[in-house]
Design a protein around this ligand. Structure first.
Ligand code: CIR
Length: 254
């Protein structure tokens, strides 16, 4: 969770057509733009250098740069997104990653979304989901091995978009998780902080250096983290939440 740099992509006007599992109304472009701007500012305040890529009208979900690639200080992996409309986002982000990283690996087969990948100090957890299949997860494990990273393949609860929709890393020993994911036992020895019932989308929080970015619509989660001594920065995620996104989705971090 210590990062020097991130990549983000400005939202396109087409973001109003972003994918969603269930229609709770479309986000507005202006609303998403405002949430994105505040996110970028919070990242700069947290001490990271931000590279902002231009909006891509042809790809409504391309603001969610976390999904088509994976980055580490050791190198990057170009993934194969599991949603048909998102596959070509990889070609769009590839040149930037090739410029910035000496080692850029390609996922050779299967499907894997970055939203299914939780990087901890000891290991990289890859959640199987509707977007990440066993072939993609196995291929990703081979790429991670080349980068010197240990990994493990785990399950994502039924009906949850991505593994990280339901969890985030708070520090080297602690995971913030929904109850449904924690109950599956995937987090073994980690200290686990459980999201208060009814605030499940708050699980996609993001620890960046000294602060934890948390959706401002989730006061009980904010209070819990605050009491536990974390420096919480609440950020509005109401609009991106309508297209199943949270705070990790909008950046690649290393
Ligand atoms: C999608 O369904 O792909 C987007 N509407 C949301 C992606 C969220 N990304 C993430 O959790 N990493």
């Amino acid at each position: 969770y210590q990062f020097n740099s991130i990549i983000v992509r400005s939202p396109s006007r087409s973001v109003v057509n972003g994918l969603r599992a269930e229609d709770r109304g479309s986000p507005t472009y202006e609303g998403v733009k405002a949430e994105h701007d505040a996110y970028v500012e919070a990242m700069r305040d947290a001490g990271v250098k931000v590279t902002v890529l231009p909006a891509l009208e042809a790809f409504p979900d391309s603001i969610f740069v976390e999904d088509p690639a994976l980055v580490f200080t050791e190198g990057a992996v170009l993934l194969r997104p599991g949603a048909a409309t998102r596959v070509k986002e990889v070609e769009e982000i590839a040149p930037t990653l090739r410029d910035m990283f000496e080692t850029v690996l390609d996922l050779p087969q299967g499907y894997a979304d970055g939203g299914d990948v939780l990087t901890t100090r000891e290991s990289v957890m890859i959640g199987l989901s509707a977007r990440t299949d066993t072939a993609g997860a196995a291929a990703l494990q081979a790429c991670l091995e080349k980068l010197g990273r240990k990994s493990e393949v785990v399950a994502t609860p039924e009906g949850v978009l991505h593994f990280k929709t339901d969890c985030s890393l708070l520090d080297d020993e602690t995971i913030l998780s929904t109850d449904r994911l924690a109950r599956s036992g995937v987090f073994g020895e980690f200290r686990q902080m459980i999201i208060p019932e009814g605030e499940e989308p708050a699980a996609n929080a993001l620890r960046v250096n000294d602060v934890v970015l948390v959706g401002s619509d989730f006061p009980r989660t904010i209070e819990m983290l605050d009491k536990a001594g974390y420096r919480v920065v609440p950020l509005k995620t109401t609009e991106i939440g309508k297209i199943d996104a949270g705070l990790s989705c909008m950046s690649l971090r290393w």
